[in-house]
Design a protein around this ligand. Structure first.
Ligand code: NI
Length: 137
């Protein structure tokens, strides 16, 4: 019997950001985001969990080649965010507030385009050890 399993690859990246919504006044931003609104930004060591879901291939015993998954994550995520300032260097965040919620959404969209709905199941972005955002199909 074929079994469907979830397989997760963990990665990490360093990036800086400034929490600031263009929809709010400077005063409202300061009140809502506090020190995270500091004009020059601040950094995080982010964690990223990417989960694919699929049947175990009977011949190979795998769901996806982990080297392929690692390469896809590197190409579509790491090259865009690692050691970057999210507000300044990532096209999507020139207009969107780079909260962990929005970062998870943007990374989900990049990975969904590369991995596809047949396989991509869940993405979690850890901003700190205590805060994370998960999106799944
Ligand atoms: Ni922050």
């Amino acid at each position: 019997m074929k079994r469907t399993v979830n397989l997760t690859r963990k990665e990490s990246f360093a990036a800086s950001h400034r929490l600031h919504s263009n929809e709010l006044s400077d005063e409202e931003n300061k009140k809502l985001f506090g020190k995270c609104n500091h004009i020059h930004g601040h950094g995080h060591n982010y964690g990223l969990d990417v989960t694919v879901r699929g049947e175990i291939d009977e011949k190979t015993g795998i769901v996806i080649n982990l080297v392929d998954l690692k390469d896809i994550i590197h190409d579509v995520v790491m090259t865009k965010v690692d050691h970057r300032h999210l507000n300044l260097d990532v096209e999507e965040f020139k207009t969107m507030n780079p909260t962990t919620e929005n970062l998870a959404l943007v990374i989900w969209n990049w990975l969904d385009a590369a991995i596809g709905e047949e396989l991509l199941y869940e993405v979690t972005v850890h901003e700190t050890d205590k805060n994370s955002v998960t999106i799944h199909r």
